[in-house]
Design a binder for this molecule. Structure first.
Ligand code: SF4
Ligand code: SF4
Ligand code: SF4
Length: 316
């Protein structure tokens, strides 16, 4: 991981010095362990802030929206797919970007680590690739990373960037995932009442803090529907109807666009699995339209397109 950090720093310095980038977007080590956060560097002297390990779970594409300058950016599989989505939605131009690709072995689920150390304070985490070491005041434990992957990373089929200008390492092998939508299928099998109960329970602890929408690169509307007052599409309370309306509408706005990067779940202070909504739509996009978001620069997402000769007769 240190090796990747060094390569990112060298690349960022070169791009900034050569004028190929006016700003470089990457991650810096978090002020709290397990939570690295995005950083924008415009001075080559500042590249030592850049950092990479398995705690870079936020989506950098958020910082591309509407920019007009030349940008260098680190991209793993899901970040690169969000970049593709941003380009085809005209939020940034391809020729503004210098994409520094990084093969990704997955991000660590910080909540699983906290459970494993029984919620003792974590002072430091050292990521050695396959294993990571967690240190507290009076303890030190080592864990296998594969047992602590974020849920989205455990079913990821695009670890390597889809789009890049240069790669920092050789791509890693993509393995086929047996039944990647098993979780969605389990919910689909429920009857309407059980399903309603399941989703109501899922969102019952939601505070409407909107961290999930703020972390999502797809939520870039200048005024989100939740903030509109004329008309007011959804009430502001934490009444279950308002909360459910927020989650359902947000999920539908992400239909055919979500890259399952997991940033929304990662930032939720209540640990709510709101990807259960977007994953159902990802599955439908795949089943009904053979579509996965962020894989093609030259194709329009299914909800952008109407074809009179569409092979799906339900659409005509
Ligand atoms: S979803 Fe895939 S590319 Fe994205 S962080 Fe997880 S393993 Fe990496
Ligand atoms: S809805 Fe969540 S998983 Fe999908 S792109 Fe947005 S932040 Fe990523
Ligand atoms: S981040 Fe969590 S608590 Fe906040 S609005 Fe989203 S689901 Fe609700």
């Amino acid at each position: 991981m240190l090796e990747y950090t060094e390569r990112i720093r060298e690349t960022a310095k070169r791009l900034l010095q050569e004028g190929k980038a006016e700003v470089f977007i990457g991650y810096k080590k978090g002020t709290i362990p397990l939570m690295n956060h995005p950083v924008l560097i415009s001075d080559p002297k500042g590249v030592d802030l850049l950092y990479w390990d398995s705690n870079c779970g936020l989506n950098l594409c958020n910082y591309l929206t509407g920019r007009k300058d030349k940008i260098g950016i680190v991209a793993n599989g899901c970040n690169s797919r969000s970049i593709v989505t941003h380009i085809i939605e005209n939020q940034v131009r391809r020729d503004q970007l210098h994409i520094v690709g990084i093969p990704c072995t997955g991000m660590i689920d910080h909540r699983a680590v906290m459970r494993a150390v029984k919620y003792r304070e974590i002072l430091d985490v050292k990521d050695d690739g396959d294993k990571f070491r967690v240190k507290g005041n009076d303890y030190e434990e080592t864990f296998e990373k594969r047992g602590f992957l974020q849920k989205n990373c455990a079913t990821c089929t695009h670890h390597n960037p889809i789009l890049y200008d240069e790669m920092l390492a050789e791509p890693i092998e993509e393995h086929e995932i047996q039944d990647p939508f098993k979780d969605v299928e389990k919910i689909e099998e429920m009857g309407p009442e059980r399903k309603w109960g399941f989703f109501t329970r899922t969102i019952s602890r939601c505070l409407r803090c909107y961290a999930c929408k703020n972390a999502c690169p797809l939520c870039y509307c200048p005024t989100c529907f939740v903030d509109e007052s004329r008309p007011q599409w959804v009430g502001k309370s934490i009444d279950p109807t308002d909360t459910m309306t927020f989650h359902l509408l947000r999920a539908y706005h992400c239909a055919g666009r979500c890259t399952d990067c997991g940033a929304c779940e990662r930032v939720c202070p209540m640990g709510i699995s709101m990807r259960q909504f977007t994953r159902k739509l990802n599955k439908d996009a795949l089943d009904l339209f053979s579509w996965e978001a962020g894989l093609h620069l030259d194709k329009r997402p299914p909800l952008d397109v109407y074809r009179t000769d569409d092979y799906n007769d339900f659409i005509r």
